[in-house]
Design a protein around this ligand. Structure first.
Ligand SMILES: *Cc1c(COP(=O)(O)O)cnc(C)c1O
Length: 404
């Protein structure tokens, strides 16, 4: 077993060796520009791109013509929001989204608010779920887009996308889904779920970084989006720029592998994730699961450890690459806005750890992580007067803290 152990697969994943192998020729001998129509180098690249389009469409149950290549989910989300505003701005200027969305969505929303649009940010329940009835109630004559993530990247909660899609379509409002965390883990069917635009990313699914895709529905209804990047008219004018052929080939292969292995791999991830959960809960008291107990990503475990100090906990876990609920927004010590939206108190948000189990983690690694986390939490609690008082049955909320 090699240290450190990588268990942060919601942030990024390594490129699958099969994906890398498929990409390599497109850096060297097969280097053509997919837009070159006059020679075989171009035809070869174009054919590789079209193969990837089919592989990506397949995992979404979409048609290949509905796939637009981008630099990642952040760009796809930006196009979905700004392109919708540009094309449908005459019809209305109201957007609906959820408080726990990824920053790519929230910052696109803020940008459009500055341009005069209005945005409704719906709250979530203690499990991180938005109520489809709240989505319905928020729709007005001016609503042009509902944007909801399929699964949350911090707590793993999976939203009721099909129900929200049905609400959107019944009211003729376009529906965008950020599926960066779910492609290859949770089945997606853009027609059954009434999804009009969908964002995905290569590096979250064992593909390369800097490549992503946007699904844009072509019928019932035919969706049109204004461009964010202007240029040579690539990708039906929605996203200009010479295509990243090796990246596209890698994204396609990553989707193909994900589709073939999804059922088996999700079951394996759930097994490892539950082993981790059981290992921790059987040996530690006062720990809390963040997110939904069942409606969650197979690879996600987000847990708060009471009576320890967040920074000290992370320091003690240097051999394990995980994310914490306080370091999430990089340099700031603000507790995660996602956990706060779920109503998790500041103390518990600061001591939360997000474990993201991946395709390459082993049972041996899970057992090592359990052992380390239990040891570090126990050591920190031994030094904690608060934990001692709680153990003695003193209700900490009732204590009169004296300042002298
Ligand atoms: C990672 C992620 C993104 C951003 O994707 P990039 O490809 O890194 O730009 C957006 N939404 C969610 C839910 C993510 O997990």
């Amino acid at each position: 077993m090699k240290l450190p152990i990588y268990m942060d697969s919601h942030s990024t994943t390594p490129v699958d060796p099969q994906v890398l192998e498929t990409m390599l020729p497109y850096f060297s001998e097969r280097f053509g520009n997919a837009a070159s129509r006059s020679h075989s180098f171009g035809w070869d690249a174009e054919s590789a791109v079209e193969t990837a389009r089919v592989q990506i469409a397949n995992i979404l149950k979409a048609s290949p013509k509905e796939i637009i290549f981008t630099s990642g989910a952040t760009e796809s989300i930006n196009i979905a929001w700004k392109g919708t505003q540009e094309m449908y701005g005459e019809k209305g200027n109201h957007f609906i989204t959820v408080a726990t969305e990824h920053k790519a969505t929230l910052d696109s929303a803020k940008y459009l608010e500055k341009k005069g649009c209005s945005v409704t940010y719906l709250p979530v329940d203690k499990y991180g779920l938005v109520d489809p009835k709240d989505v319905e109630k928020a729709i007005t004559d001016k609503t042009i887009l509902i944007s909801v993530m399929h699964a949350n990247n911090e707590v793993g909660t999976i939203h009721r996308i099909a129900e929200i899609g049905a609400v959107a379509h019944a009211r003729n409002v376009l529906f965008h889904v950020d599926a960066a965390q779910t492609v290859g883990k949770v089945p997606i069917d853009v027609n059954a779920m009434n999804i009009d635009t969908l964002s995905l990313s290569g590096h979250k699914i064992y593909g390369p970084k800097g490549i992503g895709a946007l699904y844009v529905r072509r019928q019932n209804p035919r969706v049109r989006l204004g461009a964010v990047i202007h240029g040579g008219g690539h990708e039906r004018g929605m996203r200009s720029g010479t295509l990243n052929v090796p990246g596209i080939v890698g994204l396609g292969k990553a989707c193909e592998i994900a589709q073939v292995t999804m059922a088996e791999e999700s079951a394996r991830l759930i097994g490892l994730r539950d082993r981790l959960m059981k290992g921790l809960t059987s040996q530690l008291d006062s720990i809390y699961l963040n997110g939904h107990p069942d409606m969650r990503l197979p690879n996600n475990l987000n847990i708060s450890f009471a009576y320890v100090e967040g920074e000290a906990l992370m320091m003690g876990l240097k051999e394990i690459a995980v994310s914490s609920g306080s370091a999430c927004t990089s340099a700031s010590l603000e507790p995660s806005y996602v956990l706060r939206a779920l109503g998790v108190g500041e103390d518990l948000a600061h001591t939360s750890i997000r474990f993201g189990v991946s395709r390459f983690n082993t049972e041996e690694e899970i057992d090592f992580v359990i052992e380390r986390v239990v040891a570090v939490v126990n050591r920190l609690r031994e030094m904690s007067p608060l934990y001692e008082m709680a153990k003695e049955g003193i209700d900490l909320k009732s204590v009169q803290w004296s300042s002298h």
